[in-house]
Design a protein around this ligand. Structure first.
Ligand SMILES: [Zn+2]
Length: 405
């Protein structure tokens, strides 16, 4: 479906989109459509519970209710029709095949199977591909590793944080034979697998390829990994892809901006110019593999809502993670942003380090990467909480700033 057809459809039968397009001409240009944030969808759902008004079809046409994780705000319910579910499934099957998963492979799904779309889309994609899904919801890490060993899982899908955790448990509990048949670690849910140091840590530990991919409940599975060049490709035949600055003007080539997507074929819960919150680099280069879809060289480099401004410098927690993984391996860490007595904002990094000398090295790396001094506090191994799913490693204790106005 082309954009004009999508606009015509939602104007006809989707109250939420009709209101957003009000005042625009009969055939608005993409740039005229106001970019959409998750907050707007959440507010609509609050005003019109339980599903809001962003529905193009009668309620009985929807077959699946998903919920976003709520890690960056209140959860949002997203509904899919049977056709939209099939679309997810097909896209996900393609992503998995690019990742190297083949019919007959056994893929361990090391996550909770909650209301998030990711779990179910992974399962559906594996079915379409003819691979075998091995759900490991409701199990502790030891049980997961034992099961993977028993059935000889050939791949595992989880967050990059959890992949490092599994590795740690496998070594601790002498379950590393569970990792031997693993050929791919397919990461999702966090930017980690785009970070070279995190990726190589996972690849070395598992002796397998670490593959990133990307999707959001609100837009769909929009990206797949580039095996040759790293980073991600956007399915730009399925999604209109824009990279925008804070001002919502296009980001110049070579710079980073927010990824804004318009899925063209998902009509049940449509989003036009959806601000994903993912920060990506705008490159006009083709990938070295010559793949047809648009290439995002570094994949997702951070989240707009993760970014913190410390003494005038933009700080992404993912940059700190990259530095930690380069120095300390799979040890846990916690980042605290806080204000000194004098009101100056500072960064504290608590990190499990094996070698005391690493703290100094980490401090140096951080100064180079961030242009800031970071207080590195080494802590004993095992002291920091182990995340099982999406990691929350950032504490913001800064004093609130009151504007003069
Ligand atoms: Zn490529």
């Amino acid at each position: 479906m082309a954009l004009p057809e999508l606009i015509e459809l939602v104007r006809e039968s989707n109250p939420f989109q009709r209101a957003r397009l009000e005042g625009l001409g009969s055939a608005p240009l993409l740039e005229e459509i106001p970019p959409l944030t998750k907050d707007e969808l959440v507010a609509d759902q609050r005003a019109h519970p339980p599903f809001g008004t962003n529905l193009t079809h009668p309620l009985e046409d929807y077959v699946q209710i998903h919920q976003t994780s709520g890690s960056t705000g209140p959860p949002l319910r997203v509904l899919d029709t049977a056709a939209d579910s099939r679309w997810w499934q097909g896209m996900f099957a393609h992503t998995l095949s690019v990742a190297g998963v083949r019919p007959g492979h056994r893929v361990a799904l090391a996550f909770s199977f909650g209301p998030h779309v990711q779990f179910w889309a992974a399962r559906d994609g594996l079915h379409e591909l003819g691979a075998t899904a091995l759900p490991l919801g409701g199990m502790a890490s030891v049980q997961r590793l034992t099961t993977m060993a028993e059935v000889e899982a050939t791949a595992v899908m989880c967050t990059p944080t959890y992949a490092l955790r599994l590795l740690e448990v496998a070594l601790d509990q002498r379950l590393d034979h569970a990792l031997e048949p693993i050929r791919q670690v397919i990461c999702t849910g966090e930017p980690g697998a785009s970070l070279p140091a995190v990726r190589s840590r996972i690849e070395d530990g598992f002796g397998a390829a670490c593959i990133d991919h990307a999707g959001l409940a609100e837009v769909g599975p929009w990206g797949y990994p580039c095996p040759e060049g790293g980073g991600l490709h956007v399915y730009d035949d399925e999604f209109i892809c824009e990279i925008l600055e804070d001002s919502l003007n296009p980001t110049p080539p070579g710079e980073c901006g927010e990824l804004v997507l318009t899925p063209l074929r998902r009509t049940g819960f449509p989003v036009l110019r959806y601000r994903t919150g993912d920060v990506v680099a705008n490159s006009d280069h083709r990938c070295p593999g010559g793949h047809e879809h648009r290439w995002l060289p570094g994949g997702i480099v951070g989240r707009t809502d993760d970014m913190v401004v410390i003494r005038g410098m933009n700080v992404f927690p993912s940059v700190i993670e990259e530095a930690v993984r380069g120095v300390s391996g799979s040890g846990e860490f916690r980042i605290t942003f806080y204000s000194e007595q004098g009101g100056m904002d500072e960064i504290k990094l608590e990190v499990e380090l094996e070698d005391g000398g690493d703290a100094r090295r980490l401090q140096d790396v951080m100064r180079q990467r961030l242009g800031l001094r970071v207080r590195v506090v080494p802590v004993n191994s095992g002291l920091l909480r182990r995340p099982e799913g999406k990691a929350r490693r950032v504490v913001d204790d800064r004093m609130p700033r009151w504007s003069a106005a």
